[in-house]
Write a protein that binds this ligand. Structure first.
Ligand SMILES: [Ca+2]
Length: 235
């Protein structure tokens, strides 16, 4: 009995340490449950332009966010102070309604294109792009870019995790709990602190058509165990 007790305690401590380690490094969280607010410790002011609460992947009303693909987006001002510069992971659920140039998530870029963007089904070849701290060339596969194509298109919910680690050089994309691509050119972000973060569009272009839910930004590199836990979150 004592052995079982000790074993149980060990499991509980291990689980809580694990949960704490990832949660304490979450710097942005938009669960879209009844509001579009940032529910992380930073509680960054979030303004929705046209984007509306909608049914989520569990069938629950007002628990995800819908974007009309015409002019809807969400704006979070002055996000450069919060956005991780060297190591970052972003987890999100999406249900895209079109394969076309569209951007789910973008930190405003400079002329040098140092920024962050995530585009799914971007170029009518069903490509998913993950750009972070991208400096330099705009052709081919420059440093700071990981991509995967073709990405089978359907109008279903899918889970994506994007990671970039400028210390190890690794960039990764996970889809539905599977690592679909990895690159070795990760670069740090050069932050302009007054730049804004957008959800559901690039800058007045590439408006996203579909649903987004449960966006989490971490200042750490999420591994397969974390991805599995996020993929299997139950309502
Ligand atoms: Ca939600």
């Amino acid at each position: 009995m004592r052995k079982l007790f000790t074993f149980s305690i060990t499991i509980i401590i291990t689980l809580s340490t694990y949960a704490q380690s990832i949660d304490s490094l979450m710097v942005g969280y938009w669960p879209f449950n009844g509001s579009t607010d940032d529910s992380s410790k930073n509680q960054k002011a979030t303004t929705a332009y046209g984007a509306k609460l909608a049914v989520d992947r569990f069938g629950k009303t007002a628990s995800a966010c819908y974007f009309d693909g015409i002019d809807d987006y969400i704006d979070i001002r002055d996000y450069g102070k919060i956005l991780p510069k060297d190591i970052i992971s972003i987890s999100m659920w999406t249900k895209s309604l079109a394969s076309r140039p569209q951007s789910q998530f973008m930190f405003e870029t400079e002329a040098s294109r140092c920024g962050i963007s995530i585009d799914f089904y971007h170029d009518n070849r069903n490509t998913v792009f993950w750009d972070f701290g991208w400096l330099g060339d705009t052709e081919g596969n420059p440093p700071g870019r990981a991509y995967y194509r073709p990405l089978p298109f359907d109008e279903e919910w899918h889970h994506f995790v994007f990671t970039s680690n400028s210390e190890t050089g690794q960039m990764r994309i996970f889809k539905d709990n599977v690592l679909i691509t990895a690159e070795s050119d990760a670069l740090p972000m050069v932050i302009d602190q007054v730049k804004n973060l957008r959800i559901g569009s690039a800058y007045n272009t590439m408006f996203y058509y579909g649903y987004i839910d449960d966006i989490r930004i971490y200042s750490c590199e999420i591994g397969p165990k974390d991805v599995d836990a996020l993929f299997n979150v139950k309502r």
